[in-house]
Design a protein around this ligand. Structure first.
Ligand SMILES: [Zn+2]
Length: 195
């Protein structure tokens, strides 16, 4: 594997991590968010935002925080984070979302399909797709509960590192939703596995 490996704009990738290995998620040009999905190696456990909020007691996650599975086991620990703001509330963008919110009529690349394809290439059935960890996605919560999607805080070259707490199948997607990425054309992401 070439390190770091680029995820082209609007594309996804799948990989496996052994327990103890780390993955660095990189925003090469700044202002770009992505989706990370994690399953246990056999697909029996899946990333859970609900369990993560429950056991961490917060919705904004950064260095030292753990991403939990739906079977209440630690999947990933954030061990470094130059950005400091990520979302774990929003569903992955989908063709239905682009139709409803962007008025798209043709096929449009989307994180839902990217994550499903990546998991299938790893031999795992993704459906029903759980909420992905939307790294670098910047969501503010107003006092009245409204959600405000702001541009990512990541600057060119910023990264975060997560450590696998079990053997994992990972899917990543460079999100093609302009509204989550500062409003213009969306860009690539990159990642590096630290073994
Ligand atoms: Zn997306």
């Amino acid at each position: 594997m070439v390190n770091p490996e680029v995820i082209p704009a609007g594309h996804g990738v799948g990989l496996r991590l052994r327990r103890g290995e780390q993955i660095r998620l990189i925003d090469p040009h700044g202002g770009q968010s992505g989706d990370l999905l994690a399953f246990s190696h056999d697909g029996a456990e899946r990333l859970s935002n609900g369990c993560t909020f429950d056991y961490g007691g917060k919705i904004y996650l950064s260095t030292g925080d753990v991403l939990w599975s739906d079977r209440s086991n630690p999947m990933l620990t954030i061990v470094a984070d130059a950005v400091g703001r990520h979302d774990f509330l929003y569903s992955s963008c989908s063709i239905e979302m682009y139709r409803m919110q962007y008025g798209v009529t043709e096929y449009y690349a989307n994180c839902y399909d990217n994550l499903c394809s990546a998991m299938r290439e790893l031999g795992l059935e993704p459906a029903p797709l759980p909420t992905a960890f939307n790294f670098f996605m910047n969501v503010e919560i107003a006092a009245d509960g409204r959600l405000i999607i702001a541009p990512p805080k990541s600057r060119a070259g910023d990264s975060m590192i997560l450590r696998a707490e079990m053997d994992l199948a990972i899917a990543l997607s460079a999100c093609p939703a302009s509204g989550c990425n500062g409003g213009g054309a969306t860009g690539p992401l990159a990642f590096e596995v630290i073994r």
